[in-house]
Design a protein around this ligand. Sequence first.
Ligand code: NAP
Ligand code: GLV
Length: 307
Amino acid sequence: MLYLYTPDQQECYTRLLREALPDETVACWPQEAGAEAVTHAAVWAPPDGFFARFPNLHTVFAMGAGVDKLLQRKDLAPHVRIVRLTDAGMAQQMTEYCLYGVLHYQRQMDRYAGQQRAGRWQPLETRLARDVRVGILGLGELGGRVATDLVGLGYHVAGWSRRPRSIDGIRCLHGEAGLRELLPETDVLFCVLPATPETQRLLNTDRLALLPDGAALINAGRGALIDEDALLARLDAGCLRFALLDVFAGEPLREDHPFWRHPRVIVTPHVAADTVPEDAVAQIAANLRAQAAGRPLNGLVERDRGY
Ligand code: NAP
Ligand code: GLV
């Protein structure tokens, strides 16, 4: 039996899952299900203790790409497989989000907004896409697609990953040395890494200082990737032109957080890329078929590496 916990979209997911899996029993929270019959769960942010009541649970489908929260849970036994979504309609949205920030920088929308407030008519220097260097941290399902799309639009793109990668048209770097090489040559830094023990506060004072003066930062990965105080200091000092932030160390962003009213910060409430239910359900159904046939699962999380 597959047990579903997606309170915001319970009806939609239940219907789609039942259509896609006519031979599977699909139960959904808060419906009581015979706890022993539940072998699979499909979830987004279930409450503490949720998994403990299912003794035969062996596979959890995350209804998103990031699994940092699931990996921290005490109620999820180590033998339970975690399967995340790969793309599922999110990659194109990530490109759109990144492109919005890149255009804000390239077409100087922040500066024109300031000029408008001052009633000042002053054309600024034109900058072509090929002269804008975009650095992408994370070259996986989402970052890899963003990188390729931006190259297609004429931007100069470099990317960074854990292991060496090769993507047409993109300068691919990896490891600490690669990051130190990428940052000083980046005008707009787009961060779409998973939050893992290794990436925790990756963008700290030292690394943020490697960005050229006047660079912009976009974070759509996780808030834990950035030392927020260090970021505020760089923004206050005017070293960073602006930051477009979708994810935060604490969500929702607390009411008195300086990001809300900072003139160089644009805040969005964790909406860079939403799961598309039809795509998510198609992926879960395909994985259930693969599992039944003994084939490898798409999106199986490697718990040891944290993503
Ligand atoms: P993915 O396919 O697993 O790709 C992760 C990328 O990060 C890979 O290129 C990986 O390197 C790299 N990476 C991981 N640890 C690293 C390290 N220590 N140093 C350097 N690179 C490292 O994940 P994805 O599907 O692209 O998703 C990425 C993240 O986006 C998710 O985990 C989630 O946090 C975030 N996200 C946010 C939203 C939103 O709305 N804001 C929506 C969806 C996802 P390798 O290539 O070497 O493995
Ligand atoms: C959203 O943040 C996701 O990880 O899918």
